[in-house]
Write a protein that binds this ligand. Structure first.
Ligand SMILES: NC(=O)C1=CN([C@@H]2O[C@H](COP(=O)(O)OP(=O)(O)OC[C@H]3O[C@@H](n4cnc5c(N)ncnc54)[C@H](OP(=O)(O)O)[C@@H]3O)[C@@H](O)[C@H]2O)C=CC1
Ligand SMILES: O=C(O)C1=N[C@H](C(=O)O)C[C@H](O)C1
Length: 266
C-alpha cells in the first residue's frame, strides 16, 4: 500500500510521515504541502525528523497521482472536500482525520463514498474508540437520571470547537439515551441561563498551550459522579491509527467507514 500524506508539514502531517515509515506493509509514496510552499523539493523525511526517505515534497495531487494508492488527509474542511473529489475521480482510497466539517460537507463524503473507499473519523486513536464503546454502555445503564457534560481541552492553535471527538462522544451518548444531539446540545453556557434541563448534553471547551487532546465525559446525579476520561499525550497515537486505517482499506469496497470498522468494534 503506497500512502500519500497531504498537509505533510503540519502537526499531524509530520507524525503521519513517521508513522508510515515505522509501519510494516506500507510505504510513503508522496507527501504534499501547500501550492507554492518553499518546502517543495525538500525530502519528506527531513521535515519529519526521520532522515532522508527519497520522497520529495510536492504541491499537487495531479503531479503525484501515479505514486500512491491511498491519501491520508488531516488538513482543513475546504481542502478535504477538494481531496475527496480528486480521490473519487482517480480511484484512490482516502483516510480523513480532518474535523469541523459541516453537515453539507459530510453529505459530500457520503456521496463520494459510492466512488471510493473512505475512512472518516474525528479521532483515530484506539483509546478514544474504546472510550466511545464505554460511553454507550455507561449511558444505557445510567439513563436520564444522570446529567451528561462533555469537557475537552486542546492546544492554542486548534481552530474548530467543540472538537470532532467531543461531538462524536455527544452523538454516541445521545443515541444511547434515545436523544437527538442537535436538539439537546448546549454549548458554552454564560449569563442568567437558569437551571439545567434534564436532557441537555453540555459542551465546554478549553484552548491552552500545547495540550494534545483531553476529553472528559461526566455522568452526574445527586450523590455521585462518574467521569470517563481520555488524555492523548502524543499525536503519534492518532497517526498510527490513520496508517492502520490506510492499510485496512486495501481491497475494500467503495463505502464510508469509520475507526470502529477498522478496529472491528462495531
Ligand atoms: N482524526 C484525528 O485523529 C485527528 C484529527 N485532527 C484534525 O486534523 C486537522 C489538522 O490538524 P493539525 O495537523 O493540528 O493542523 P495543522 O494546521 O498543523 O496542519 C494542516 C496542514 O495542512 C496544510 N495545508 C493547508 N492547505 C494546504 C494545501 N492546499 N495543500 C497541502 N497542504 C495544505 C497546512 O499548511 P500550512 O502550515 O503551510 O498552512 C498545514 O501544514 C484538524 O482538523 C484537526 O482537528 C488532528 C489530530 C487528530
Ligand atoms: O486538532 C487537534 O489537535 C485534534 N483534533 C481532533 C478533534 O477535533 O477531535 C482529535 C484530537 O483530539 C486532536
Amino acid at each position: 500500500m503506497r500512502i500519500a500524506i497531504i498537509g505533510a508539514s503540519g502537526r499531524m502531517g509530520k507524525n503521519l510521515i513517521q508513522a508510515t515509515v515505522e509501519a510494516d506493509g506500507v510505504e510513503l509514496g508522496a507527501a504534499l504541502v501547500k501550492p507554492g510552499s518553499s518546502l517543495v523539493g525538500v525530502d519528506a523525511g527531513e521535515i519529519a525528523g526521520v532522515g532522508k526517505l527519497g520522497v520529495s515534497l510536492v504541491d499537487s495531487l495531479e503531479n503525484c497521482k501515479s505514486d500512491f494508492d491511498v491519501l491520508i488527509d488531516f488538513t482543513s474542511p475546504a481542502l478535504t472536500m477538494e481531496n475527496v473529489e480528486f480521490c473519487s475521480k482517480n480511484n484512490k482510497a482516502i483516510v480523513i482525520g480532518t474535523t469541523g466539517l459541516s453537515d453539507e460537507q459530510k453529505d459530500v463524503l457520503d456521496s463520494a463514498s459510492n466512488k471510493a473507499p473512505i475512512v472518516f473519523a474525528p479521532n483515530m486513536s484506539v483509546g478514544v474508540n474504546l472510550t466511545l464503546k464505554l460511553l454507550a454502555t455507561a449511558a444505557k445503564i445510567l439513563g436520564d437520571e444522570y446529567d451528561v457534560e462533555i469537557v475537552e481541552a486542546h492546544h492554542r492553535h486548534k481552530v474548530d470547537s467543540p472538537s470532532g471527538t467531543a461531538l462524536k462522544m455527544g452523538e454516541v451518548v445521545a443515541e444511547a439515551l434515545g436523544r437527538d444531539l442537535k436538539e439537546c446540545a448546549v454549548y458554552g453556557r454564560e449569563g442568567q441561563i437558569g437551571p439545567r434541563t434534564q436532557k441537555e448534553i453540555g459542551f465546554e471547551t478549553i484552548r491552552a498551550g500545547d495540550v494534545v487532546g483531553d476529553h472528559s465525559v461526566w455522568f452526574a446525579t445527586e450523590g455521585e459522579r462518574i467521569e470517563i476520561v481520555h488524555k492523548a499525550s502524543s499525536r503519534m497515537t492518532f497517526a498510527k491509527g490513520a496508517v492502520r486505517a490506510a492499510s485496512w482499506l486495501a481491497g475494500k469496497e467503495n463505502g464510508l467507514y469509520d475507526m470502529q470498522d477498522v478496529l472491528d468494534l462495531n
